[in-house]
Design a protein around this ligand. Structure first.
Ligand code: DON
Length: 563
């Protein structure tokens, strides 16, 4: 047979295979989340016949109760929904927005410096929450079960309590001092007056009531009426600027995911107001011209770091809320643009970040989010990353609501070129404007070939994007979720101009070799991220789920179904 005929036969059989796999159904369903009680909530919904989207609402609401450090009813997030037959492929954007009275320089002091305390603690730090609107939107538009069923596990955990775990305690110790500024807030999370011991029961009565108000009145239970009044009053009492109109006007957006291809795999990921999908696609486009499988670990780390550096530069310069600013998405995602980025990339030395700053008009002079992944028994998928920003958000609960406020306003660029809590810089595209969404790094992602699909994501601030990037490359290399979630991590974000690595994650020889190429290598004091992944191998019809070993509280489970 000629080569041409062989490739034709191969192509046709691949297409048959892909059609065949598109028609098979999983023999199980699976959830991987940052808390085993939230994972159980999702599994129980699917056991009652709910679909992946129903389960996502239940997991999100349960996480809001049992993992308050990371996400919650006072925060926001992105839910990437993908049906097995592709009739649904959408990102539900429940990101917070700036209040109507917000303005560009609202965090600058008299000297023009960013007041970091105002930017991250108390009422002024909080954007208008999007999470509860997101839950209701998903339930009403994509789910099959009522909110009374979907929120039942969360209400039960809030009303009757859950045991504090290692993560709850560790992260609370970091925020204890700030939280103690507001005794009523401290009393919820530290009922005995100090950071609880692992195993102590945390009961959130007001939160249970707010959740019940949502069951009764849908989104109006939160965004209008009594709860809204308490939120506005409580936020304004501590320097906030929220109004009833801000809450009533909050809207969830449906966004078309960013897609690209890499080595025969299709990537479906988060569009703006996340920067993650564009950055990941840019990095894949850049590296696809190289044979990374043939590279040494140093060569590979160097190349990937150079790709990271370039993608984060573009993030800083161009990315923001597309409802407010023009983002050159098509250009940034084009393979030609990636080819352009490669022209100043050298395999034998690092490119100083300062050499890439080439836009004089806009260039200046000078953990705790959560991710869950799930697949239902029909093969429908949800990849969701949710957040209140820093640990325990703004560390403040408006009295009577149980709603721990986010401090997402710090994801805006408070001043051109001034680093935020994650060291990220930004300019006009991400400056503060009323009702604008602050730029995010959250990157809920799905990667698939005709034979295998991965649902992947993680918290980790600015490092989310690079973790998802490394994780999906590992999946494409043929590994399962146990491997992606436990990979040692490295990261470059353009500024500061350094490769960050997890403690003890790289040999001294590799560090020395990277330094010889011109990189600064900075070993962190702690590991980062909390990745949760699910994989469905359609060829073998086998499901796998894994949670990050860096925290003990995660829950990953696969439940077989009988057909
Ligand atoms: O949306 C973002 O990019 C950030 N607010 C995420 C914060 C985060 O992941 C903190 N986690 N460690």
């Amino acid at each position: 047979m000629s080569k041409k005929i062989i490739s034709l036969v191969l192509l046709v059989s691949l297409q048959f295979a892909s059609v065949a796999f598109a028609q098979i159904k999983p023999n199980s369903y699976a959830v991987s989340s940052a808390h085993e009680l939230a994972t159980e909530a999702g599994l129980s919904i699917m056991a009652q016949g709910g679909n992946a989207y129903d389960a996502a609402v239940a997991v999100s609401a349960a996480l809001a109760v049992v993992e308050p450090a990371s996400s919650g009813i006072g925060g926001g997030g992105f839910w990437l929904l993908q049906s097995h037959d592709d009739s649904i492929s959408v990102m539900i954007d429940g990101r917070e927005v700036a209040p109507g009275a917000a303005y560009r320089d609202m965090y600058l002091d008299e000297e023009g410096n960013v007041d970091r305390d105002l930017a991250v603690n108390g009422g002024l730090a909080a954007g208008i929450p999007g999470a509860p609107a997101g839950w209701v939107y998903i339930a009403e538009n994509y789910g099959t079960l009522p909110l009374s069923v979907l929120l039942a596990p969360a209400i039960d955990l809030a009303a009757n309590g859950f045991p504090a775990d290692e993560k709850y305690v560790t992260l609370l110790a970091m925020r204890e001092e700030v939280m103690n500024r507001w005794p009523e807030t401290a009393a919820i999370f530290m009922p005995e007056g100090s950071v609880p011991e692992v195993g102590d029961l945390i009961v959130q009565t007001d939160l249970a009531n707010t959740l019940r108000a949502i069951v009764e009145n849908g989104r109006d239970g939160f965004y209008k009426g009594e709860v809204a009044e308490l939120l506005v009053e409580g936020t304004r009492a501590v320097g906030g600027i929220w109004t009833m109109e801000d809450l009533a006007n909050y809207t969830v957006k449906e966004r078309t995911p960013i897609t690209t291809t890499y080595k025969g795999y299709e990537l479906i990921t988060a569009p703006p107001p996340s920067s993650g999908g564009i950055a990941i696609a840019q990095m894949l486009n850049l590296i696809e011209a190289y044979d990374i499988d043939e590279m040494t670990s140093v060569e590979r780390t160097h190349l990937l770091s150079e790709a990271m550096r370039r993608a984060y530069r573009d993030r800083a310069l161009y990315l923001g809320d597309t409802d407010f600013v023009d983002v050159p998405i098509d250009l940034l995602l084009s393979k030609d643009y990636a080819a352009g980025m490669r022209t100043n990339l050298r395999l034998d030395r690092a490119t100083p970040s300062s050499m890439l700053a080439d836009d004089p008009d806009i260039w200046p002079e000078g953990n705790n989010t959560t991710h869950f992944s799930l697949i239902d028994a029909e093969g429908n998928m949800v990849s969701a990353t949710l957040t209140v920003n820093l640990a325990y958000g703004a560390a403040y609960v408006p009295p009577g609501t149980g709603v721990l406020l986010n401090n997402e306003m710090d994801d805006f660029s408070a001043k051109p070129g001034a680093p935020n809590a994650f060291g990220l810089v930004g300019f006009e595209a991400n400056e503060i404007e009323p009702y604008k969404r602050m730029l995010s790094s959250m990157s809920p992602t799905i990667v698939r070939s005709p034979e295998r699909v991965a649902v992947i994501g993680t918290p980790g601030g600015s490092r989310i994007i690079t973790m998802v990037f490394l994780g999906l490359l590992d999946f494409i290399d043929g590994h399962g979720p146990d491997s992606w979630v436990s990979l040692p991590r490295f990261h470059h974000q353009y500024l500061p101009d350094q490769i960050s690595i997890e403690p003890d994650s790289m040999s001294a020889e590799d560090v020395a070799a990277l330094e010889a190429l011109g990189h600064k290598v900075q070993e962190g004091r702690r590991a980062w991220g909390n990745m949760h992944g699910v994989m469905w191998d359609m060829e073998a019809n086998q499901m796998e789920a894994a949670h990050d070993p860096r925290w003990s509280s995660g829950g990953a489970e696969v439940v077989p179904v009988k057909r």
